[in-house]
Design a binder for this molecule. Structure first.
Ligand SMILES: [Zn+2]
Length: 502
């Protein structure tokens, strides 16, 4: 985003000025020997000239050729003029899951919605470069991140606009007003003929929905003002997950950078149909627009990019290293079963609050899962990790209506909530579930964040060691043996608590 909405009269003069500065710089600096025949651009050029589509294509392909262990390069669509939308998937691909067995965290980053905001595009590039080169150099922080995290980075969304140094795409559409979240409902400029009318935004939304629906961080990079903007652009009110955004703001300010961090509507101006509001309001991601600088329309920088954007890169490292915390993370401290009722004490290790939380019990020797109220539901073939099922809880709607399974049971609205980094105690009635006579396993079920679009956590098994059974006057008995033991979950929680940014 930007406060400048059309090409100004100075842009041509600025371009010529920076070209002269850069040309003289290049003549006076000895060219460094190429580190590898595969490398795209020499560092001296990359540090001072912003990427064109051609040089970006060289660089991302060189990374994919040189580091196949950690870099997947995909084409996830085309611009309106047919240029490729390059997607980098960066992780330690020798590890399918994290060392503790849980799925890796997922971070989604894009740059270059606005073709004249080159420093935003370059920050997306620098993040990719930091993790790829850090891995090649054996840096422990990077090795740890890539063992536990997938980075999905689309560096240049508006390649057509980038090469013409213009805000718009080739159809003169502002791509960051073209998303399907309250599209064209603000005073706005050139939002397109309809939401997702442009191939670039449509491709980006398809990738979000089909490949990274479960991301716990989405950063979209721009320039215009030095600021980080969280939702909403549409409304001046703070978002539902304000605790999470305020925690990040305060932590960044205390330890890393004084960059202003605000609600987009108040920090900038009302804006609708942005990828940020779509990312949060539709996908349920914690989302920031990272406005890296006030510079626009220049094609290069005298100060080296890695120095100029060093502080911004530090903020990104912090957000990526701590992604485990950017949702609710419930752990069960104690679970006591007494006459079909479950007395539950849970802590939330994450920095987002949760709601619609509950406990279910899956029998290991039958096809049923018992839900609160004692409702047994036949086991689903696959627990849909991306399901959004809040209707069941708010109005007791039936399961069939929610599109989950064919059975027509009514689910009582009996979820509980836990505030960010807090604890709660509750009692859940599991009715006639044969907990004391059959083998089975308790599972937590809750929203990752409190925004309506948030995903639910479906399959976090409760650590057997905290489960106690109490039957009519006979005191505590050991729990029946459980199907699965996830001690690793507690260890993961402890490990992740030590993963703060340094
Ligand atoms: Zn922008």
């Amino acid at each position: 985003m930007t406060t400048i909405v059309r090409d100004g009269p100075l842009s041509g003069a600025m371009r010529r000025w920076v070209a002269i500065i850069l040309a003289s710089l290049m003549l006076t600096v000895p060219v460094a020997p190429a580190a590898s025949a595969q490398i795209g651009q020499p560092d001296i050029i990359q540090e001072h000239w912003y990427h064109s589509y051609a040089t970006l294509t060289l660089d991302v392909n060189a990374w994919a050729d040189d580091y196949p262990e950690i870099v997947n390069l995909l084409v996830v669509g085309q611009t309106e003029l047919g240029r490729n939308l390059w997607m980098l998937q960066i992780s330690d691909w020798s590890l399918e899951n994290k060392p503790d067995g849980w799925p890796k965290e997922v971070v989604y980053i894009d740059g270059g919605h606005h073709g004249n905001e080159h420093l935003g595009t370059e920050l997306a590039f620098l993040v990719a470069e930091y993790y790829i080169e850090g891995w090649a150099n054996g840096e422990q922080e990077v090795l740890d991140v890539l063992a536990t995290t997938e980075l999905h980075i689309l560096i240049m969304l508006n390649a057509d606009g980038n090469d013409q140094d213009t805000r718009w795409n080739i159809n003169q559409v502002d791509l960051n007003r073209n998303y399907d979240h309250y599209w064209n409902t603000c005073p706005t400029t050139q939002p397109g003929s309809s939401a997702f009318s442009e191939s670039e935004t449509l491709a980006n939304s398809i990738y979000m929905n089909e490949v990274v629906p479960h991301a716990d961080l989405y950063i979209t990079m721009h320039t215009g003002v030095w600021i980080m903007l969280y939702p909403w652009g549409k409304w001046p009110e703070q978002p539902s997950d304000w605790e999470l955004f305020h925690f990040i703001r305060d932590d960044v300010h205390a330890n890393i950078s004084d960059i202003p961090i605000r609600n987009a509507n108040q920090g900038l101006y009302p804006n609708c149909g942005t990828s940020r509001d779509y990312g949060y309001g539709v996908m349920g991601y914690p989302t920031f627009t990272f406005e890296t600088d006030d510079e626009q329309w220049l094609l290069g920088t005298v100060e080296a990019l890695s120095e100029r954007l060093g502080e911004e890169l530090d903020v990104m490292r912090y957000l990526i290293q701590n992604v485990w915390y950017w949702r609710a993370r419930l752990v069960v401290d104690s679970l006591e079963v007494e006459d079909g009722k479950v007395h539950l004490s849970v802590s939330n290790l994450g920095h987002a609050s949760t709601s619609n939380a509950t406990l279910v019990w899956r029998a290991s020797d039958s096809d049923y899962t018992w839900w609160p109220g004692g409702v047994p539901i036949e086991e689903l073939d696959e627990w849909p990790v991306d399901s959004r099922w809040s209707d069941c809880w708010s109005d007791g709607g039936d399961v069939e209506e929610a599109g989950m399974v064919e059975y027509n049971y009514s689910i009582p609205g009996c979820g509980f909530g836990v505030n960010a980094t807090n604890s709660t105690v509750t009692t859940i009635d599991l009715g006639d579930a044969p907990i004391s006579s059959s083998e089975g396993q308790f599972y937590l079920f809750y929203q990752k964040r409190v925004i309506d679009s948030s995903q639910f956590v479906w399959s976090e098994a409760v650590n057997e060691s905290v489960v106690e059974m109490r039957t009519g006057g006979s005191g505590l008995l050991p729990a029946p043996s459980m199907l699965l033991v996830f001690v690793a979950f507690a260890l993961a929680a402890i490990n992740s608590r030590n993963r703060k940014f340094e």
